[in-house]
Design a protein around this ligand. Structure first.
Ligand code: 3HC
Ligand code: NAI
Length: 697
């Protein structure tokens, strides 16, 4: 009927087929096509209509690229009305993922058949939205309230089997889905099954439901702190069970529009596209293909090497983990086993799964076992000479095509490449701790890294479930280079008068997963201390930036591992508590530097820390270290606990307005240490010509 939607007839069955790559989103053309096909099906001799999709998936939702633009008729609601008011029963045939508006459309069909491998879900909350096409009103009618709360506030999809158990799909098929659809429709015909609308299922909240909703409000207020969409979802679910269906739809429509207008949703939609854009490398030779990677070697079975090995073993790679001696191997393997045991105890993994993962993992001190590896990732101590020795040795042992990667946080990839005979096959793969949990992977382009090497590193990262961002070479790459500025401002806020708890509270209230002081305690205050010991006074910078940490470390307060750092930690629960001893150390440090404490507002703290990030981010962008501003946002949201609902430091700056950002930085330069607040030229330029960070790549 249209290029994206076609209609054919098989006997008494009308087939509507949507074919709109990549994910059959409900674009205007698809909406229009469905309506036209339904009209044809209404007029012909068929008795039942089957609606399915070509390609990799059933409809994956509304077309997100249309959001924020003027609406184009026909509206999705018109499509849904056409389905429900159609005189013939309609069967949705689901493969791949029926998500968001896709599942909502299926809920407006009379019957649902799913492939056993299919998933269904309402992930709108991940975009700061709620299901806006009746999902909050129809889903609870099928599943009951509890499942609807779980699915819609978490956004997590269900497998076809679970969806059937929950009452969302009628039948699950392991066989050829098209044949199964014809059989299913034939069965409906033979028993003369008619229309069956989800909206007609009675749904009334009882006392237990009301208690469930109020419990969910409290849990969500804590778990999804600061986020507006989840609470609005609960409002809609409450309406589903208290007012007539049509009124419930109106409540949902208003709440959906409120979400759409909320800056949180534009931030989350920005992240959605940012994560996908980050995977693309600019200027790549066309048709560059990733090299096949099956066998991965990892050098160093410590904190990072162990976590990286887990990632690969879990994704089905053959992993060889090498440490310097048996003791290192035993320690590394012991930690991996302990981590897996905890996951089994918590019910996150089954012991069969763990057995399978461990079977993919060989730990050895014999470097010859690395001979056939396709990719090696080095994660030994952060020492250039040692890393160079490792790279030299690997270069001798491994095939010429093997890619050699380093997990270094700070060393030059070029200095590592220089000691090999394959500089074009050397790259940085910078994971974040804990490597088996954190989703960020910075792929660091060395001066000689070739296209195949970079493409392979990005592809392998995706295979192990990471969000990959390309970084150019500079000290600290994208994330840690910016972090120094953030950390400095956090330290200065305390030296000038705030307490560590005040700084953490301000940032956590704003949305950071953890405040900077608590992060310092978690990572260990001694790390920076030991690194500083190697530096000259000049390299260390002004004492005010680090003196407090030095005093804490000298007092034996290394952070969580010693039970105390900026805070005192409960040995059992690890709960943090403010410690009067720290207040004394802070006061003494201020006195030593001649500082008189002043009051700092939460607003000042948040502005200083977030604008320090944006200012350095703008430099990183201008220098070409990051390919795009949105890549920096991905780094911060996935590697540093920056709230996704704020979009990342660059998006947050853009949303605030670059002129306001420049004014505030200028004010800081005038009132604080001017050396810390030199304005990034890119910000100045964009603010004065009304430009956008989006276009500044
Ligand atoms: N609208 C527009 N484009 C979409 C899209 C959507 N709903 N979903 C995916 N795409 C695009 C991606 O941007 C990407 O484009 P690119 O190739 O140009 O970068 C392409 O489709 C492929 O996407 P992925 O790289 O993510 O492919 P995967 O195979 O890894 O994942 C997926 C497929 C699971 C469908 C994943 O894309 C996804 O989760 N999509 C979003 C689903 C979603 O959030 N749906 C709800 C939308 S809101 C809604 O429906 C409102 C309604 O209630 C009114
Ligand atoms: P770690 O000290 O926990 O582990 C290092 C491991 O390397 C130890 O098991 C050690 O026995 C082994 N090793 C040392 N020399 C070796 C050699 N010659 N041959 C084989 N094995 C050898 O260190 P961690 O924290 O895992 O760091 C490793 C690398 O990862 C460093 O470059 C670090 O900068 C980087 N990194 C660390 C992060 C962190 O948060 N810990 C985060 C991101 C990167």
């Amino acid at each position: 009927m249209t290029a994206s939607v076609s209609y054919t007839v098989t006997g008494q069955i009308g087939n509507i087929v949507i074919d709109s790559p990549p994910v059959n989103a409900l674009s205007r053309a698809v909406r229009q096509g469905i309506i036209e096909c339904l009209k044809v099906a209404e007029a012909d001799d068929t008795e039942v209509v089957v609606l399915r999709c070509e390609g990799r998936t059933f409809i994956a939702g509304a077309d997100i690229t249309e959001f924020g633009k003027p609406p184009q008729a026909p509206a999705l609601a018109t499509v849904l009305e056409a389905l429900e008011s159609h005189p013939k029963p309609v069967v949705a045939v689901i493969h791949g993922t029926a998500l968001g508006g896709g599942l909502e459309l299926a809920l407006c069909c009379d019957y649902r058949l799913a492939a056993a491998t299919a998933k269904v879900g309402l992930p709108e909350v991940n975009l700061g939205l709620l299901p806006g096409a009746g999902g909050t009103q129809r889903l609870p009618r099928l599943t009951g309230l509890k499942m609807a709360i779980d699915m819609i506030t978490s956004g997590r999809p269900l497998s076809a089997g679970d969806a059937q158990a929950a009452g969302i799909v009628d039948e699950v098929s392991d066989d050829d889905l098209q044949q199964a659809a014809l059989d299913f429709a034939g069965e409906l015909l033979s028993r003369g099954a008619g229309k069956r609308l989800t909206r007609d299922i009675p749904f009334q909240l009882n006392d237990d439901d009301t208690a469930l909703l109020s419990g969910a409000r409290d849990t969500i207020a804590k778990r999804l702190k600061g986020q507006t969409a989840p609470q609005r979802i609960l409002d809609c679910l409450s309406a589903a069970g208290t007012v007539p269906f049509e009124d419930g739809l109106k409540v949902e429509r208003q709440a959906f529009e409120a979400c759409m207008a909320d800056p949180q949703s534009s931030a989350l939609r920005h992240q959605f596209f940012a994560e996908r854009a980050a995977a693309k490398i600019q200027g790549m030779t066309p048709d560059t293909e990733a090299q096949a990677v099956k066998h991965v070697g990892i050098i160093g079975a410590g904190t990072m090497g162990g976590g990286i090995a887990m990632c690969f073993a879990q994704a089905g790679f053959q992993v060889t983990l090498v440490d310097q001696d048996q003791e290192g191997i035993d320690r590394g393997l012991g930690t991996i086993r302990k981590n897996y045991d905890i996951s089994v105890q918590r019910g996150r993994l089954s012991s069969d799964q763990v057995t399978g993962y461990l079977a993919n993992l060989e730990a050895t001190a014999d470097w010859q076992a690395l001979k056939g590896a396709d990719l090696i990732i080095e994660a030994v101590f952060e020492n250039l000479e040692l890393k160079q020795q490792v790279f030299q040795r690997l270069d001798e042992i491994c095939d010429a095509r093997t890619i050699l990667a380093s997990n270094t946080s700070y060393q030059s990839i070029d200095a590592l490449a220089a000691v090999t005979n394959r500089p074009e096959r050397v790259v940085g793969m910078h994971f974040f701790s804990p490597a088996n949990v954190m989703r960020l992977l910075e792929v660091v382009r060395g001066g000689a890294s070739d296209d195949t090497t970079l493409t392979t590193a990005m592809a392998v990262g995706k295979q192990i479930g990471k969000v990959c961002v390309l970084s150019g070479m500079c000290y600290g790459f994208i994330g840690n280079r910016m972090l120094r500025h953030y950390g400095r401002e956090a330290a200065l806020c305390v030296m000038e008068g705030a307490s560590p708890a005040q700084v953490d509270q301000a940032m956590e209230q704003w949305g950071m997963a953890m405040g900077p002081m608590a992060v310092g305690d978690l990572a260990g205050l001694d790390i920076g201390y030991r690194a500083r010991e190697q530096l000259s006074d000049e390299e260390k910078g002004p004492r005010i930036n680090y003196l407090l940490v030095d005093r804490l470390v000298e007092a034996g307060r290394l952070g969580q591992k010693s039970g105390a750092g900026y805070y005192r930690y409960d040995p059992e629960t690890r709960a943090r508590q403010e410690d009067p001893v720290v207040a004394d150390i802070i006061e003494a440090t201020r006195a030593e530097l001649g500082i008189t404490a002043r009051e700092l507002t939460a607003e000042e703290i948040v502005d200083r820390l977030t604008l320090a990030l944006a200012n350095e981010g703008a430099r990183i962008l201008e220098e070409g270290i990051a390919q795009r501003a949105s890549d920096i946002d991905v780094v911060y949201c996935h590697g540093y606990g920056f709230p996704r609902f704020r979009g990342g430091p660059m998006h947050a700056a853009e949303a605030r307005g670059l002129s306001s950002v420049v004014d505030r930085i200028t004010q800081f330069r005038q009132t604080l240490n001017p050396d810390n607040w030199a304005l990034a030229p890119l910000l100045e330029r964009l603010a004065s010509n009304g430009g956008s960070l989006k276009d500044a790549s």
